[in-house]
Every structure is written in C-alpha cells, then in structure tokens.
Design a protein around this ligand. Structure first.
Ligand code: ACM
Ligand code: ZN
Length: 550
C-alpha cells in the first residue's frame, strides 16, 4: 500500500481543503457542524464495542480503514480515550430506524453508533466522506475529521443498482468495484441481470450447454453495436464469459460485508435467444436461434408455453439459483416477451385451451405463477418487470415498474386491489444507459434518450395519487444500467457516475433535504473522491432545460 510520510504543513493542507463545508452524499437526515475537529493518527485506538471481532463487518471496517484511509489502528478497550469507536447497541435504540446510525466527532474522539451492522457500515462510509477527498491516493499520518453530530437513516428500504452483464460481460473484479461504489453512496440492492439474448452468465450444473454455448457469441467488439454483423459459417464464438458458482459466492460475501443484497435476474419467458441457441428444443419452432451479436427487434425468441419440459427447466434453474443466492427475492424478468410464436404454436394454443385462458398474456402469467409456486415453496418471492401485470399476478409478486409511458395508475390499481409491493425504476428517471449530455456533446455513444443528472436527481419514487398508507407499498427505487453500448467497465462507470449519486439521494435522503443547487455544488468534490478511487465518470452536467423537444 502507498503510505506517504507527510509533513505537518501537508496535514494542515489536507485538513483545510474542502473540509470546512461538509460534503456528504447522500445528504444525511440531520447534521450539525460543531467547532473543532478530531485528528485520527496511527495511534488512535479503534474500539469495536459489542461486536464480534471476527464478523464480516468488523473485518470490513478494519480493511476499509487501512485500504481507503491508510490507517492500521491499534485495537482499544471499551474505555479507551481519544478513540475511533464503532458501537453496536446491545439493546436497539427505538429512535433509530433500520440501517440508521449516529456519528459524533469532537475533540474527544469519534463514535459511530447503530442498532445493526448495516448502520455501522453506513457510519463508516460517512466517516470516509468526512475525510479529505483525495485521501485514497495520498495516505497521510493524520486525518482531521471536522467536529459534527449526525443522525442518519434511509427513506426507502430498496436502494438499487442494476447491472446488465449479458450484453457485455464484466468480470468479478469489476463487479466488486461496482459494489464498492454502491456502498459508498449507501445503496443496498444489487440487481444482477445475468441472462439475456446476448449471453447466459451463470453456471448451472443441470444444463451445462447454457454456459458451454449460451455464454459465448462471435466477437464483434471491434465493430459498433449497431453493425450487428451475423456470424459467418464456422466462425468461432469467442466473446463472453460466465460466473462460476464459486465466483458468485465470492461476490455474495463481498456484497454482504457492505450490506448489499444481491438479487439474481433470470429472464423468462422471453429475452432468451441464448437459451434457445443452447437448447433449441425449448422453442416453439425450429428457427436457428443464436447468441445475438447486436440489436434486433422485435425480439422473436420465447420459450414454448405449451412444453412441460420448459416448466421443468425453469424449476430446475430456480432450484440451483435458490441454493446459491441467499436473497429472499428472485427476479424472473417477464418483460418484452413477444408472443408471435405462441400464437402460431399448436402446443401453446392447446395449453391455452386446456386451461381455459383468454389469451397469450394469460399463458405468460400462468407460466410465471407455476414458477412462483415453486419458489414460494422454498420461501422465496419473485420480482418481475411491470409487464407481468398484463395477464394477472399474485399479490405476493413484487412489481418492478420501468415503462414510464405506461400510466402508473396500473400500479396504483395493483396496490389498491391486491396489495402488491412495487419498486420504482421508470425509464424516464432511472435508465442511466440513456445519454446524460446532449447526444451531440457526448463523448461516449449511448442507446439514445436524454437523462441528465439533474433529472435523475428529481426522481420521486412515490407516485402522486397514493395516500400515505398506500405509499408504504413502494419499496424504493433503482438505477438500471443496460450494457449494449458498454464495451468496457470504464464505459459502465462513465454512465453510472455521477448519476448514481443523484439516485442515491432520491432513495436515501428525506424529501425535504433534497436540493439540486446544493448537490450540484457538491459534485466536484465527490468527483475528486471518485478519481482518487480510480473510477471513470462523466464530467459534464446535463440540465433539464437543455432537453431536446420531443
Ligand atoms: C426493460 O428495460 N426491458 C426492463
Ligand atoms: Zn409453443
């Protein structure tokens, strides 16, 4: 690790720059700046009070202090003076909501107190943001933390970041880097989009062809995504990859230490060219499906709704996914399933007739309910994109709303009639694969659209029209990052950052604490921190007033 011995004057410089104005994103619930500071040195005792010293959180705190702040602190006893303390309440403080924490820094030391490990992890992120922004590249012998009293907790329980690893594959090392930046901004749900037409990314023992065939496509990474040049006769499929179960376990442990729940998404019944390329017998027809290399529309691939083997396949996949992922949730996709093949398929039509269904939408709902029954028997819940409402869903299904052009009254109806819970990810505020500057000014090609950071910042997860009681059915919100145009992880970071910070405030901070002018002023300092941590980001700020006329 880089460890520089710096002079007292350098210390003063680091303590002085930018630290007068406290810069925290997301904005905490309550913050009171006090006079003075506490200087953490290599001799400051680290007290982990009421904590198991070998717990993932205790180890994470120590690893974080050393790698991010260059501090290898001696451990101190509970009564140590002038200490940095992390205190787990022995009996929960009822005034502090789940994931909340308090942080008090003054001349006598720093105390971070929480009811849960999650709260301590968030207190740690806040402590890090109180340190100078450049600290990660310039470790010093002493770090001045301004005196402050903070009480903080999230507005929403679901604070998500979605990553598509099918259209382009990102390795475990990048996934961990993604989890780190999520933790820094207090996001807690990683929605891992593991399967789609362009590649299957998860080891499944019972269906090995999913990764032998379905994880690989011919390499068009030297072309633009839109060129979509089909495979030539005999051309080898060399672009792709997948995560082994061991790698997934490594990611899960890494995420858990950062209070991040990993929600796997397995797309059914559409977005499945890669499945049909691997197992053509699951299609309605004999079309030669391939692992797609570029855009195509409309999406023709759909697994046969009349074939019992398809239902067995779904259940088998769910069994392996449930065994691997501890999350209560499994995302089953359900979006954009074009049903042309089902209309022409004798097996699908026979199933519709036999079950007395009214149409193909109801056939999709029947399939999803079959899977839901299977996972519910193992105490798991499904999440699906909002299309799953079209043929009816059970009250237990969680809806992920993405189609900003479909009136949110359909959600309000589902909440009122059935009590479905909802996660808000409307494309109009949350699709961070859209351009963040005007397309003609962009330095990186995007899928289209225009979603400046100022608009992400204006995201309000509670739809108008819901009463305060009904608002409780909204679990929170999430930024979605589709990866068609993201060839490298640096491209991912460019689209993610800094818009993820705006989303983080929308789902963490109290509504009344949000203020675009204040947030915009904070961005340069936050970018400095992101640079020090080695992240790429977009350096322009797109504004709502510049939006092109529709
Ligand atoms: C989606 O963007 N098709 C969920
Ligand atoms: Zn069929």
């Amino acid at each position: 690790m880089k460890h520089l011995l710096l002079s007292a004057s350098t210390l003063l410089l680091l303590a002085g720059c930018g630290q007068k104005a406290i810069n925290l994103v997301p904005q905490p619930v309550q913050i009171t700046a006090q006079q003075g500071q506490f200087v953490i040195t290599h001799n400051t005792p680290l007290v982990l009070q009421n904590m198991d010293a070998s717990s993932a959180t205790a180890l994470y705190i120590q690893e974080f202090l050393s790698s991010r702040l260059g501090l290898h602190l001696p451990s101190g006893s509970d009564d140590a003076a002038q200490a940095l303390r992390f205190i787990l309440n022995p009996t929960p403080d009822a005034a502090l909501p789940a994931e909340g924490y308090t942080l008090q820094a003054n001349a006598n030391g720093i105390s971070i107190v929480a009811n849960t490990d999650a709260g301590l992890v968030y207190g740690l992120q806040t402590l890090y943001q109180l340190a100078p922004a450049q600290i990660s590249t310039q470790h010093v012998d002493a770090i001045a933390i301004p005196a402050v009293d903070i009480t903080d907790y999230p507005r929403f329980e679901w604070r998500g970041s979605h990553l598509d690893v099918s259209r382009h594959f990102f390795d475990v090392e990048y996934v961990k880097k993604h989890l780190d930046v999520m933790a820094l901004y207090k996001l807690n749900k990683f929605h891992w989009h593991l399967t789609d037409d362009h590649g299957w990314r998860l080891q499944i023992d019972k269906y090995p062809k999913l990764t032998e065939i379905g994880a690989w496509r011919v390499d068009r990474s030297k072309e633009t995504w839109l060129s979509n040049i089909p495979p030539k006769e005999g051309e080898p499929a060399t672009y792709g990859g997948f995560y082994t179960k061991e790698q997934v376990k490594e990611v899960l442990a890494y995420a858990a230490a950062r209070n991040i729940e990993v929600i796997p998404e397995i797309e059914i019944p559409g977005h499945c060219s890669e499945v049909l390329a691997s197992y053509p017998e699951f299609a309605c027809d004999t079309f030669p499906y391939i692992v797609e290399v570029g855009p195509y529309w409309p999406p023709k691939a759909i697994m046969c709704g009349g074939n019992d083997k398809v239902i067995t396949f779904f259940n088998d996949i769910m069994d392996e996914v449930i065994e691997l992922f501890p999350s209560q949730y499994i995302h089953i996709g359900g979006d954009e399933a074009e049903k042309g093949n089902w209309k022409a398929c004798a097996k699908c039509q026979a199933r519709i007739k036999k079950l007395k269904l009214n149409n193909e939408e109801e056939l999709q709902s029947w399939m999803i309910r079959e899977v839901e029954k299977h996972v519910a028997a193992k105490n798991k819940r499904i999440i699906g994109w909002d299309e799953i409402l079209e043929g009816g869903v059970t009250p237990n299904a969680v809806l992920m709303y993405w189609r900003g052009w479909v009136k949110d009254s359909v959600l309000i109806d589902a909440i009122r009639k059935q009590g479905n819970q909802v996660i808000m990810t409307p494309n109009t505020y949350c699709y961070i694969d859209y351009y963040q500057t005007l397309p003609q000014q962009a330095t990186q090609v995007a899928i289209g659209g225009y979603l400046p950071i100022e608009k992400v910042y204006a995201f309000e997860p509670i739809p108008t029209g819901l009463s305060a009681d009904e608002a409780h059915f909204i679990k929170g919100g999430q930024a979605n990052l589709w990866a068609e145009f993201l060839f490298e992880s640096t491209n991912v970071e460019y689209m993610l950052l800094p818009r993820l910070l705006a989303l983080a405030e929308a789902v963490w901070s109290p509504k009344e604490a949000r203020n675009w002018a204040r947030f915009e002023q904070q961005l340069p300092n936050q970018k400095k921190r992101l640079s020090a941590l080695g992240y790429n980001y977009c350096n322009e700020v797109g504004l709502i007033k510049d939006a092109p006329k529709e």
